[in-house]
Design a protein around this ligand. Structure first.
Ligand code: PMP
Length: 383
């Protein structure tokens, strides 16, 4: 089997697996306890925080650990909206965000916030001027993803963040960086970004752990009430094994990012060239997007049928984002990009990682051709 679903979850590094299990076994103290076992756990927590801060080039007290990027996104959006509600109740985002952002914002809309959904172009990108034009007196929050998890589209978040800070310094800017970190350069200092979410399992770390960068001086209303862990911003005993594992993956991802980007770009081009040679297929991603995602549709075919046909050929891909793929509905992201239902219903996402070679891509291409032949013969049989 060849696994091309790294954007859903990437295989953890051996070193991460070993470390998580070692920390579970040896350092089980509670980081809030004041005896030696607690101090030991706290030391590991502080070290991990410093490693993650260094990887992002920010201060350790600007990082808090969460149970994953879903929680980071919920905390960023609901926490900022509640904290700053006396300033206004208007939020700006797009219709192509990850479910954890889209649904959090839907919740905020249900409790009285006004939302503007800025349009994206046919390749899924927002224009900076459209975001700026959507701002009104009441705007308190802007949330955009850095890289789209279905298509790989990259929003110009640094350009938007800098423009926001110049003209509207009080507006909070949240960026979901889950699919960006480790794949493309991420530089938070001077970016105008106030909140940035990252997930452990997308960078070959463990599942169930993530972090939220919170710029110094920014306040959030906590979502979890309880103890004073994570500077009182996220109550609950810290999961030291997963946090240490994630910090290892953060460091490796940072070190390897430039080389990985160059390598994945070469593999991505092979796939983009192949897809463009099939007139029946529609490309929904491009070379300008992130290097690890290629997305295409085969209008008239059901995405699940294509996925299972490829699986029979020992190739694992995905239909839409893993969080939405069990709902048998057309992709909200593709509809948000102005694509037809036929395109939104027949999308296949191929997502790459550092373990893939050119040989793997050639095998994938071979399988894609076979899939097309098989499905075409079924169509003939049907009619
Ligand atoms: N945002 C994006 C862009 C994602 O791709 C994902 C994972 N599908 C998440 C947020 C949620 O991350 P987690 O699985 O850590 O909750």
């Amino acid at each position: 089997m060849l696994y091309f679903d790294y954007a859903a979850s990437a295989p953890p590094y051996e070193d991460v697996i070993r470390t998580v299990s070692e920390v579970m076994k040896l350092h089980y103290g509670n980081a809030s306890s004041i005896h030696a076992y607690g101090e030991n756990a706290e030391r590991l927590l502080n070290k991990s925080r410093s490693v993650c801060a260094e990887a992002l080039n920010v201060k350790p007290d600007e990082i808090i650990f969460t149970s994953g990027a879903t929680e980071s996104n919920n905390l960023a959006l609901k926490g900022a909206a509640l904290r700053y509600r006396s300033r206004g109740r208007h939020i700006i985002t797009t219709r192509t965000e990850h479910a954890s952002v889209y649904e959090s914002i839907k919740f905020l809309s249900e409790i009285g916030y006004d939302i503007t959904y800025v349009p994206v172009d046919a390749m899924g990108r927002v224009k900076t001027e459209d975001v700026l034009n959507a701002i009104c007196e009441e705007t308190i929050l802007v949330s955009l993803m850095h890289v789209n998890n279905e298509t790989g589209a990259v929003h110009p978040v640094v350009e938007i963040g800098q423009a926001l800070k110049r003209k509207h310094p009080k507006i909070v800017f949240h960026v979901d960086g889950v699919q960006a970190y480790g794949k493309i350069p991420v530089q938070l200092a001077g970016s105008g970004i106030d909140l940035y979410s990252i997930s452990g399992h997308k960078i070959r770390g463990p599942k169930g752990v993530g972090l939220l960068y919170i710029r110094s001086g920014l306040e959030l209303t906590p979502l979890m009430s309880g103890g004073s862990q994570e500077q009182g911003r996220r109550a609950g005993t810290e999961n030291i094994p997963l946090i240490v594992g994630m910090s290892k993956a953060m460091r490796l991802a940072r070190e390897r990012q430039p080389e990985l980007k160059a390598r994945l770009e070469r593999l991505q081009i092979l796939l983009l060239e192949e897809i463009s040679q099939h007139p029946e297929w529609v490309l929904n991603s491009s070379e300008e997007g992130a290097p690890h995602i290629v997305h295409f549709s085969y209008p008239g075919m059901k995405a699940e049928v294509m996925l299972h046909t490829l699986e029979q050929l020992d190739i694992i891909v995905s239909t839409q984002s893993a969080c939405s793929s069990k709902q048998a509905i057309p992709s909200r992201v593709l509809l948000g990009m102005g694509k037809s239902e036929a395109i939104a219903d027949s999308g296949i996402r191929i997502s790459l990682g550092d373990q893939h070679t050119e040989k793997d891509i050639l095998q994938l291409i071979q399988a894609m051709r076979q899939m097309k032949e098989r499905l075409a013969s079924f169509e003939g049989w049907n009619s």
